[in-house]
Ligand binder design. Structure first.
Ligand code: FES
Ligand code: FE2
Length: 415
């Protein structure tokens, strides 16, 4: 049963003047305009605008919280957050994965994941819930009849959950349209990987926020223009501009939730090495991939919570969890460690640990080049001299992301 999350519901809000002013600026843009201008700086810097995004954008968007491997067996539980709401993702005795609000329905304490085999139990007065969210026990709450009445009526709100190729997505909006159709453009990429019995080594999530807005994070990821200049030495193997070849973009429809580009590699079957992208990939190329996918890397941004790189040896992914206007948690081989989907044949390699370390080292060399750039982009949003922005032919994905944001903000404005 779907449960509406009423907190900060659009109908109940009165937005701060700073947010209204920014939304008025955004509302004045049309689809052509977002191809020619950046969104207002305040969308990246104002705490009030971030609060608006949390309450009215992220809470109506599919948010990736992890992978099925993290709740592999009945009784497994993953504690996470969606748009600031504490959420438990659990696998029940029936094998079904569910997302439950972690807010105890007695007086609102946050319920943690239990030890394996135990029920969900609130730490405050020990109310317990089963893995479908039903109240199982409420000690000292009256006679047997009162306890039974509570058990019949109280349950943890169940949230919308959708599995997409093993990724777990949660949406606080019970009316949200299904996710999978909005990711259709990525479907053709999966078959060659999934023929191998792909499994995830999930990323470690950072506990120290990156000091920039989540949009700066994903813009950096999706920007095909910058690798040639920022990533000298680490990205030359996978250039956006190459004689007779180069970056390819995909069309973006209004309800698309994937912003995709691919770049060629200088040789097939390359991938991440300890020095960045190169020919001697630490994760061996997957033989069931078609030649096209063995000679290109596809970068897919699934705003606002996931970015993916489809490479010949792995799908590497980053989980993104914004917690403030200039505070973004992330987990991946670049930022922390892990975040790979790998075939069983790679997972079985005796030197897997060393290969993972090499990929991580290469990713972190690339990341070390991005960090000062992101710091600069965030700081410049406060400048009186910030330009409106100009986009060239290598920046189609930035324009597509603007369109995604414009649509998301407009949906929020429409209530
Ligand atoms: S608040 Fe959870 S049992 Fe009282
Ligand atoms: Fe970069």
């Amino acid at each position: 049963m779907d449960t509406v999350i009423k907190k900060n519901s659009p109908a109940a809000k009165a937005r701060p003047p700073a947010v209204e002013a920014l939304l008025a600026e955004v509302a004045a843009l049309d689809e052509a305009a977002v191809h020619e201008t950046m969104l207002p700086a305040g969308c990246y810097t104002a705490p009030e605008f971030f609060a608006f995004e949390q309450a009215e954008v992220f809470s109506r968007t599919w948010i990736c919280v992890g992978r099925v491997e993290q709740v592999a067996e009945p009784g497994d539980c993953l504690a996470t957050e969606v748009a600031g709401e504490p959420v438990l993702v659990v696998r029940g005795g029936d094998g079904t994965i569910r997302a439950l609000s972690a807010i105890c329905q007695h007086r609102g304490e946050i319920i943690p994941c239990p030890e394996k085999g135990k029920a969900l139990r609130c730490p405050l007065h020990f109310w317990t819930y089963d893995f479908e969210g039903r109240l199982a026990g409420a000690p000292r709450m009256g006679d047997a009849e009162a306890a039974q009445r509570l058990r019949k009526t109280v349950r943890l709100p169940t949230l919308r959950l959708e599995l997409w190729h093993g990724f777990i997505f949660v949406n606080l909006d019970p009316q949200a349209a299904p996710l999978a159709p909005t990711l259709a453009k990525l479907e053709p990429l999966w078959a060659g990987y999934e023929a191998t019995g792909l499994k995830a080594l999930p990323p470690v999530m950072s506990d120290k926020p990156l000091p920039w807005n989540w949009k700066v994070q994903v813009e950096n990821f999706t920007d095909a223009y910058h690798p040639e200049y920022v990533h000298i030495g680490t990205h030359d193997f996978a250039p956006s501009v190459m004689t007779g070849d180069g970056v390819r973009f995909t069309e973006m429809k209004a309800d698309d939730n994937a912003i995709v580009r691919s770049v060629p590699m200088k040789q097939p079957d390359g991938g991440m090495t300890s020095d960045g992208w190169g020919a001697e990939a630490a994760f061996p190329a997957i033989k069931t991939l078609p030649p096209e996918q063995r000679s290109r890397i596809t970068f897919a941004m699934l705003p606002p919570s996931l970015t993916m790189m489809f490479a010949p040896g792995t799908i590497a992914y980053t989980l993104i969890r914004p917690i403030g206007a200039a505070a973004t948690l992330a987990g991946s081989d670049r930022v922390t460690y892990g975040g790979w989907l790998l075939p069983q044949s790679t997972l079985d390699l005796p030197d897997l640990t060393a290969r993972c370390a090499a990929v991580s080292a290469g990713g972190q060399k690339i990341w070390a080049q991005d960090v000062p750039i992101n710091l600069g982009m965030q700081a410049a949003k406060h400048s009186r001299f910030l330009p409106g922005g100009t986009y060239g032919p290598l920046e189609a994905t930035l324009q597509q992301f603007n369109l995604w944001l414009l649509n998301a903000y407009r949906r929020a404005m429409a209530g």
